[in-house]
Design a protein around this ligand. Structure first.
Ligand code: PLP
Length: 437
């Protein structure tokens, strides 16, 4: 009997019989269906923002499913709620919050929704701004919340343009500015130190969406500008970080953190049945969602136990490998006549294009390269960007379309660094093929 089951040994046996034979038949079907996927787990998958959960995380998740706790309140998940509090406190500490209020969410979207909701309670009737490179869900969430949203122009490196931001601020109705640390498209970092300085002057709230990039706080080897951004992250009013992006967790694990714990007052409700075992403000009282997977909290807790969130540990070293892999791919592309690079990677996403005379030819070649790469066993992603951004980097390019299709690689697995020669060889062969089609 397992250690966990022993904790419940006083109860009479109540296990139901399972039709194992039928179950295995169904699982065999599942296995076949699941083959229709890209190979997300493999280092030659260098496309979308996907990172495999660590074995310890998967094992802890499955282990806790024997009980299937629900972290909606202490009654539903006693131990896993405590583990959630500890894991979230570690995340808050990593980001530099001395005090915090926070919890896990179903993902970054839900976490951002809580941040924008609280912001709107504190700055009612005022606008929310985010850059035109911010995650697409911010404008949608604002619509759900009934808050006016404005996208702020980004510069040639896909960072929020400060002049455009200042222009919006002159209108006097900005309640919140979302700074994205690590845009989903290109991994660009908005200029947080300057945004915080403007917040001190104008009184708006600053929400940091670091769903993808937050863990890079631990990486010392970023360039000076990127370091400067992460150094001041704790001055933001709220932060979102997704353990299911870079934190090696299965999906269903985002996190919202508030700098001022007193915002917990906005979550108050008087459900007659949910909570009766505790006097403290607990997770069910500070979350917009009700049911949440206790297993996700257990998995995160176990992962952080094995990989403590410190600058000198293996977790930080692995993140640095991702950044180095991105720099390595970038410098290879830069040194090769067949490609055009757009911007050096702030974190671990690289965006590039095959060299062509015009925007339409570039897009066409990108599409071809996407396909030829797959035939060479290399999986990349596509990215659409305003053609004007290309012009600032490549003035000779003929602009004959508003948008250009580029290629994009999220190098989120530490193994990408060791595999970079292989990745490059395949990319190189694929480019030759794309030209000859
Ligand atoms: C992924 C991402 C989101 C959305 O998070 P989900 O976990 O997919 O809901 C929000 N913002 C940024 C910057 C992201 O990268």
């Amino acid at each position: 009997m397992g250690v966990m089951e022993e904790g419940f040994a006083l109860l009479p046996d109540a296990e139901d019989a399972v039709d194992v034979e039928r179950m295995n038949e169904v699982l065999a079907e599942v296995s076949v269906r699941m083959r229709d996927n890209y190979p997300y787990q493999h280092p030659l998958y260098a496309g979308q923002m996907l990172k495999p959960p660590h074995p310890v995380s998967k094992a802890a998740y499955m282990l806790s499913l024997w009980l299937n706790p629900n972290n909606h309140a202490l009654d539903g998940g006693k131990a896993s709620s405590q583990m959630e509090n500890e894991a979230v406190a570690d995340l808050a500490r990593m980001l530099g919050y001395e005090r915090h209020l926070g919890h896990l969410t179903g993902g970054g979207t839900m976490a951002n929704m809580e941040a924008l909701w609280v912001s709107n309670r504190l700055r009612p009737g005022m606008r929310v701004l985010a850059s035109d490179q911010a995650h697409y869900t911010h404008s949608r969430l604002c619509e759900v919340l009934g808050v006016r949203f404005t996208a702020v122009r980004s510069d040639g490196r896909c960072r929020m343009d400060l002049d455009a931001l200042k222009e919006e601020l002159t209108k006097g109705d900005v309640g919140t500015v979302v700074a994205t640390l690590g845009t989903t498209g290109t991994g660009s970092l908005d200029p947080l130190p300057e945004i915080l300085a403007l917040a001190r002057e104008h009184g708006f709230r600053v929400h940091v969406d670091a769903a993808y990039g937050g863990y890079f706080k631990l990486v010392e080897g970023l360039d000076r500008c990127a370091r400067g951004v992460f150094d001041v992250i704790a001055e933001a009013d709220s932060i979102v970080i997704d353990p299911h992006k870079h934190g090696m967790q299965p999906y269903g694990c985002g996190c919202i953190l508030f700098k001022d714990p007193s915002v917990g007052r906005f979550y108050q409700h008087d459900s007659p049945y949910t909570y009766f075992t505790s006097d403290e403000l607990h997770l069910g009282e500070i979350s917009l969602e009700c049911s949440r997977a206790g297993a996700g909290a257990v998995a995160l807790w176990a992962t952080q136990r094995m990989f403590p969130l410190d600058c000198s540990g293996d977790f930080a070293k692995n993140l640095e490998r991702c950044h180095l892999a991105a720099r390595s791919l970038y410098s290879r592309l830069e040194g090769d006549e067949r490609f055009r690079i757009i911007m050096a990677p702030d974190l671990d996403i690289v965006v590039w294009a095959p060299k062509a005379r015009s925007i339409t030819e570039t897009s066409l070649l990108s599409e071809k390269l996407f396909e030829t790469a797959e035939r060479h066993g290399l999986f990349v992603a596509k990215f659409r960007m305003s053609s004007l951004k290309m012009r600032s980097h490549w003035p000779d390019l003929v602009i004959d379309d508003d948008y250009v299709t580029l290629l994009r690689s999220c190098l989120m697995k530490p193994e990408h660094l060791a595999w970079m020669d292989d990745i490059w060889n395949r990319l190189s062969m694929s480019m030759d093929d794309a030209h000859h089609q």
